[in-house]
Design a protein around this ligand. Structure first.
Ligand code: 5AD
Length: 368
């Protein structure tokens, strides 16, 4: 295998070479990869960090993913669904602050009332956020799971233009260890294709460090992202939640925390190098593992951050994993805190624009 320096002079990599990059453990080697990813981010995306105000509008979920704290089978969760008014209000607050984009995230439901709620909220946010600075209103990203084509098309029509659907892992074998039998990787992949067909900019991602996952699996994930031609990536470390089946691994995972965190950062860097001009989020899970996790993510190739807009009244009920930070801070405080974190790593905030990935812009302009 060539040295790290030689590998970093290449413009494309084989699976084995991606594995080699993801396997680097010595601090100097990691720093070399980080610096290369940071330079790639700078060249392809610039220094601006784009905010996506996050509204977790419901924790009601029909899925039973083995890793997730709000799984249907967790009776300890107090369930909530925000009214359309409350979701719209939270989103419009961020238009006022000049954020440019919001993410509406929730547990997964496919019933008619849910489809209607999302349609209404998207339409009202669009209508209410048009301004001189944002002539097409806020950019709206949805993160509400697997849905039939008609539903995706309806939400696209209502004005959402990005959709996040993580595959969690590109390995069918591992996917089966993380989910009940009726949830399949094949369906999730089909959903990603459908989302692209109905005109969304599509994001996906994986969790890093769950039991059984190897570096080779992560290399396959990178190749999957590349081959799917996605526009956005959201990835973070796996963090065990006590009221889930994966809690049996708590002790083993606790011993590997540092390693998992570093692997997550390295994965961000390698994805930046391979995919080049996509948007990559510095996710909250990084900060749950280490207080400076999100800004560190920004220095490894990420260029997007999602400030919390979920009303504090319900925020504690939306815990996919333990140790979620920023639980009792107002949206105002979150914004101020993140602005400081972004400044601390020498970057600026991209206000009053959607901040679509250059990758998506080069393919086709986002229709409004
Ligand atoms: N640890 C880390 N990430 C998690 N997610 C869900 N549960 C966990 C966990 N225990 C992530 C999944 C999901 C996203 C919304 O949150 O990747 O797609």
């Amino acid at each position: 295998m060539p040295t790290i320096d030689t590998l970093l002079q290449q413009t494309s990599w084989t699976r084995d070479e991606i594995c080699a990059l993801l396997s680097v453990r010595d601090p100097a080697g990691i720093e070399t990869i980080r610096a290369a990813a940071d330079a790639m981010r700078q060249r392809e995306c610039g220094d601006e960090v784009f905010f996506r105000g996050l509204v977790e509008f419901s924790n009601v979920c029909s899925c039973d993913c083995h890793y997730c704290g709000i799984r249907a089978g967790n009776p300890s969760v107090e369930r909530y669904t925000l009214s359309a008014d409350e979701s719209v209000q939270a989103a419009l607050w961020c238009a006022d602050k000049g954020y440019g984009s919001v993410v509406l995230q929730s547990g997964e439901r496919r019933d008619a009332a849910f489809v209607e709620l999302v349609t209404e909220v998207v339409s009202r946010i669009k209508a209410g956020s048009v301004s001189a600075e944002l002539p097409h209103g806020l950019g709206i990203t949805l993160c509400v799971g697997e849905q039939p084509r008609e539903t995706y098309a309806r939400w696209r029509q209502a004005g959402a233009h990005r959709y996040l659907l993580r595959i969690e892992t590109s390995s069918p074998r591992l996917f089966a260890t993380l989910h009940p039998a009726h949830q399949t990787l094949a369906n999730r992949q089909q959903c990603l294709r459908t989302l692209q067909e109905v005109g969304f900019q599509v994001g996906t991602g994986v969790m890093i460090g769950f039991p059984g996952q190897t570096v080779a699996d992560l290399a396959d994930d990178v190749l999957f992202f590349r081959d799917m031609d996605v526009d956005m990536i959201g990835m973070g470390p796996f963090i065990v939640h006590p009221q889930t089946p994966l809690a049996v691994h708590t002790a083993t995972l606790a011993a590997q925390q540092q390693e998992i965190y570093q692997q997550a950062l390295l994965m961000i860097a390698v994805v930046r190098l391979v995919l080049r001009d996509v948007n990559i989020a510095a996710t909250t899970a990084l900060q749950a593992m280490k207080p400076t996790g999100r800004e560190e993510g920004l220095t490894y190739g990420a260029n997007v951050i999602m400030p919390q807009l979920t009303p504090t009244r319900v925020r504690t009920h939306y815990q996919l994993y333990t140790g979620k930070p920023c639980m009792d801070e107002s949206a105002e405080q979150c914004a101020a805190c993140l602005a400081g974190r972004i400044r601390s790593v020498g970057r600026t905030i991209g206000y009053q624009r959607w901040g679509d990935a250059p990758h998506a812009q080069s393919r086709a302009p986002a229709p409004h």
